[in-house]
Write a protein that binds this ligand. Structure first.
Ligand SMILES: [Cu+2]
Length: 329
């Protein structure tokens, strides 16, 4: 990459998002995979820099989602479209015995940047292809269990802390292009303000004042979105937040009363990455403990140097949508 950044006075190369032209799967551009008429389990992770994928199969077969990130779902959820943010992962089963066609392309319809950017081109709209064997020769006795795994309950009401986590983007006054992004108006180098007690549950109200969806990623902890509410009077709220950087003093309770966006069934489990929609306040329950047993960590999570949390769009994380996360005893 020898191209010039959008604000060379600020940084010679940085761009708010870099989008490549070719889609690669397991290191190959637009590959194909021959499949038999049986079930296959695929583990899908979006390893792109900044691109979201909204995946579907051109023969209409659903993805039976059985897990996401580090956890199973309580029960499988069938979807025809799977929106995968940067670093987000889904564990899916596809049953090719039901394929009505000899071929099925995996296509992508997610605008870039997500959600209000350009539609994908002929190149970035195609991901890969399955070539389905014509005859059913495989005796497929596999099943997708109706019930999978249960973890500790969300238990929002047990939260020891409620925090506001605010996402800002800053622009060059002359050119209008983005110069950097901060969480809570703070640099990575500023002292930790998120200091949860190991073994506890917290509620993070994540407020996105930018134009883009940001895939929030916490190191160590697992978390899930329980609801997202549109911010009413967004411009007024933004102006106040730019001045005071304080959600309580800017009367967030009066603004976070817009339409509620439901969290899809296949994202209702303990995750490492949660999509934070622009113009919404997303309520996220965070567990600083082992979600399979409910116990605290089997090691000293308060040891130096601690952890971080950040947006997983790499260009955002690098400039500098990232903050320390320091657990205490
Ligand atoms: Cu971001």
């Amino acid at each position: 990459m020898n191209c010039t950044g959008v604000n060379p006075r600020v940084h010679p190369q940085w761009q708010p998002e870099y989008f490549g032209e070719a889609v690669t799967v397991n290191g190959k551009a637009w590959p194909f995979l021959p499949v038999a008429r049986r079930r296959y389990r695929f583990r899908i992770i979006n390893a792109s820099n900044a691109r979201f994928f909204n995946l579907s199969l051109t023969n209409g077969l659903p993805f039976h989602v059985v897990g996401s990130d580090s956890s199973y779902l309580p029960r499988p959820a069938a979807v025809t479209h799977l929106l995968v943010a940067v670093a987000e992962a889904f564990d899916v089963v596809v049953d090719f015995s039901e394929s009505p066609t000899p071929e099925a392309e995996v296509v992508n319809t997610a605008p870039y940047p997500y959600p209000d950017g350009d539609a994908p081109s002929g190149l970035s709209g195609k991901v890969m292809k399955f070539v389905v064997a014509p005859e059913k020769v495989w005796d497929d006795r596999s099943t997708v269990p109706a019930r999978l795994l249960e973890y500790v309950e969300v238990a929002e009401e047990e939260a020891a802390q409620r925090r506001y986590i605010v996402m800002y983007e800053y622009e060059d006054e002359a050119t209008g292009s983005p110069t950097h992004l901060y969480i809570n108006g703070k640099r990575l180098e500023d002292p930790a303000t998120e200091t949860p007690r190991a073994g506890t549950t917290e509620v993070w109200e994540v407020i996105n004042l930018t134009q883009d969806n940001h895939p929030l990623h916490l190191h160590l902890a697992t978390f899930q979105a329980v609801r997202a509410r549109g911010l009413v009077g967004l411009e007024e709220f933004k102006r106040c937040m730019e001045r005071l950087n304080d959600a309580t003093r800017c009367d967030v309770g009066r603004h976070a009363v817009g339409e509620e966006a439901a969290v899809p069934e296949h994202e209702r489990t303990w995750k490492n990455v949660v999509k934070i929609a622009p113009g919404f306040m997303t309520t996220v329950v965070v567990k600083f403990l082992m979600v399979d047993t409910g116990r605290t960590y089997p090691f000293d999570a308060t040891a130096e140097p601690g952890y971080v949390y950040h947006c997983h769009i790499l260009d955002h994380e690098d400039n500098a949508m990232i903050r320390p996360l320091k657990l205490i005893k």
